[in-house]
Design a protein around this ligand. Structure first.
Ligand code: ATP
Ligand code: MG
Length: 359
């Protein structure tokens, strides 16, 4: 998958930027506050429908403007597609090849982007929600019915929670318990299967990037007891759920964790090691996507030099050299030659929201 063109309008400090991208490595260099991360944010939004920075969506729109627009041409599966995403007064609008599409999901399905950025350690040490997002993004791309099943589950869960808050009758709760079970087994199963498929790639990439941590281990907990159907687990919890007025078990409580031989608990990892562990997961996700879909997602690496030490940068450069993915990297200084000797290298300078190609 390759991003061929990117046009940004009124995104943070970028008034208007037109960027032509080639395969291989595109590097964006500029001072602090120049707009480098904003470019990657735009690319990420095309695939995830949100920014990777935990911000209010409106703060993405340039001060004083009413809307922002991201336009991209993407080559995937031998086809070129034109994608447009805009935000105005709290709503997203999406266009595919010039025609408005009814749901954002239709657009997001066209683009796969994985992004490593200064907040990525949250994948290891942050809330479980981050880790569920990570897996669910992949399921969204490979499981045809994921969107419907996940929506059905969310609806049933909010109905059950509403009933718990109102002190609803047992017969009514029974109905939602059955509905939740129908979708929970699919969600729980997909997530578990995905992590099983991911594990060998995590091991392979960890051996390259963080051999000092030893063998990795991925553990999944699906959100309710492994030996019970969800409806039984819900029945067991019902009185506690009534007291707390929300549903305490189910796929919405799922989590997974990554540990290493040399760091059996998450707390044993330094902040830098958490970042490396997150990078391992993201690259493994990209590698598995390649396996499942036959092409690489776009790999974005924000502020790489300030996140990784020299040795780990070199190991990453070697790994990137061995794969055929399009890579976008930002930094305040130019990348070392380990990265840039690769097949195609384009260098862009970013200054006060303006992007100029230097090389
Ligand atoms: N809604 C907005 N409207 C206008 N400017 C904004 C808005 N939100 C953020 N900015 C500004 O946009 C600029 C771009 O920020 P960005 O995070 O992309 O910079 P960066 O090049 O990644 O910097 P750093 O090297 O510090 O990470 C910053 O100067 C920021 O103050
Ligand atoms: Mg930045």
């Amino acid at each position: 998958m390759e991003l061929c063109e990117l046009r940004l309008t009124n995104l943070r400090n970028v008034v208007g930027a037109e960027i032509s991208l080639g395969p291989g490595l595109s590097e964006f260099v500029g001072a602090n506050g120049a707009g480098k991360t904003s470019i990657l944010e735009a690319v990420y939004m095309l695939s995830h429908g949100r920014s990777f920075r935990a911000v209010k969506r409106e703060s993405l729109i340039r001060f004083g403007e009413q809307s922002l627009e991201v336009f991209a041409v993407i080559a995937a599966d031998g086809l070129q597609r034109r994608l447009g995403l805009s935000r105005r007064r709290g709503d997203w609008a999406a266009r595919l090849d010039g025609a408005e599409v009814g749901s954002l999901a239709e657009l997001l399905r066209q683009v796969a982007v994985v992004c490593f950025e200064p907040g990525s350690h949250a994948l290891i040490s942050g809330a479980a929600e981050e880790r569920r997002h990570f897996v669910d993004w992949a399921l969204f791309h490979v499981e045809q019915t994921y969107v419907d099943v996940a929506r059905r589950y969310r609806r049933a869960l909010s109905q059950r929670n509403a009933l718990l808050r109102q002190g609803g009758r047992d017969e009514d709760l029974d109905v939602w318990d059955i509905e939740l079970e129908k979708t929970a087994s699919a969600l729980g199963g997909w997530r578990g299967d995905y992590l099983v498929l991911l594990a060998p790639y995590v091991a392979e990439i960890a051996a390259t990037l963080v051999p000092e941590l030893g063998a990795p281990l991925l553990r999944y907990s699906r959100g309710w007891a492994t030996d019970l159907p969800l409806s039984d687990a819900l029945a067991e919890r019902r009185s506690r759920d009534r007291e707390r007025m929300h549903t305490g078990v189910g796929p919405h409580r799922a989590d997974w964790r990554l540990s290493f031989e040399a760091a059996p608990e998450r707390e044993h990892l330094s902040r830098g090691q958490e970042k490396l562990a997150a990078l391992v997961c993201l690259l493994a996700q990209a590698r598995l996507f390649r396996e499942q879909r036959g092409e690489w997602p776009v790999i974005c690496l924000d502020d790489l030099a300030s996140e990784l030490d020299k040795g780990h940068q070199e190991a990453l450069a070697l790994w990137l050299d061995s794969v055929d993915a399009q890579v976008l990297i930002t930094g305040t200084v130019a990348l070392p030659t380990e990265f840039t000797h690769c097949r195609n290298h384009a260098l862009f300078h970013v200054e006060q929201g303006r992007v100029t190609r230097l090389l």
